[in-house]
Design a protein around this ligand. Structure first.
Ligand SMILES: Nc1nc2c(ncn2[C@@H]2O[C@H](COP(=O)(O)OP(=O)(O)OP(=O)(O)O)[C@@H](O)[C@H]2O)c(=O)[nH]1
Ligand SMILES: [Zn+2]
Length: 216
């Protein structure tokens, strides 16, 4: 990705989970000016030596932390391996760490995702599930929408017999400011197919996820 390109056009093929599509991004210079304003809003002097390069760094960091707007999950999930050697049991990828930002305060959300599915037509590369989480996490959203986006993308591309997604995260907007309660875990889930229909399958997923956590 070229961080120096100004006035990036929005890709027309971007998936619909990219919220608030903008017709045109501001220029890098405009974004840096906005950071200068926020430094002043914080109460500091953007012209003092230690802060002179900060707007450039912040703008570059934002392109990285919000790089999910430039990525398309379809590209990650388009290869399904249909040769699975008769494997039809649950595939669980757990403890996928993610860093996101809440759309209300643009403050970090730190968490783990767990994704389990029963293959139907085939399987995807294990890393691709983590990539899907990564792409959506690097956008502004609520944890509920993040979870729903991951479910929708995997369901559409993989067509599994059942899909279970759980996300557990701490919202820094509740720890560093506002209510100021540290260590709160917010848990969101999404189930399709057999996981939605059969409570025992949900229980199996939860047991397999929890086994890791209990072992710690
Ligand atoms: N449902 C949901 N709420 C979130 C998420 N991230 C942050 N929030 C909440 O968004 C709410 C925003 O509430 P507002 O009253 O509009 O804003 P605020 O005055 O900054 O609220 P406080 O955080 O309570 O100080 C807060 O209750 C946050 O805890 C999320 O992922 N999902
Ligand atoms: Zn927040």
């Amino acid at each position: 990705m070229d961080f120096l390109v100004d006035k990036l056009p929005v890709k027309p093929e971007r998936d619909d989970a990219a919220r608030t599509p903008v017709a045109q991004r501001p220029s890098r210079k405009e974004a840096e000016a906005a950071v200068r304003t926020l430094i002043q809003w914080a109460g500091d002097d953007p012209d003092r030596e230690g802060l002179l390069d900060t707007p450039r760094r912040v703008v570059k960091a934002w392109r990285e932390m919000f790089g999910g707007y430039d990525q398309d999950v379809a590209e990650e999930l388009d290869t399904v391996f249909d040769e699975v050697g008769g494997y039809g049991d649950i595939v669980l990828v757990r403890d996928i760490p993610f860093y996101s930002h809440c759309e209300h305060h643009i403050v970090p959300i730190l968490g783990h995702a767990h994704i389990g599915y029963y293959p139907r037509d085939g399987v995807v590369g294990l890393s691709k599930l983590a990539r899907v989480v990564e792409i959506y996490a690097r956008r502004l959203q609520t944890q509920e929408n993040l979870t729903a986006s991951v479910v929708k993308a995997i369901e559409e591309h993989l067509n599994p017999r059942g899909l279970a997604v759980m996300m557990e995260a701490e919202h820094m907007c509740m720890a560093m400011r506002g209510i100021q309660k540290q260590g709160i875990s917010t848990v969101t889930t999404g189930y399709t197919g057999v996981f939605k229909e059969d409570p025992q399958e949900q229980m199996r997923f939860l047991t397999m996820v929890r086994r890791t956590y209990n072992a710690r």
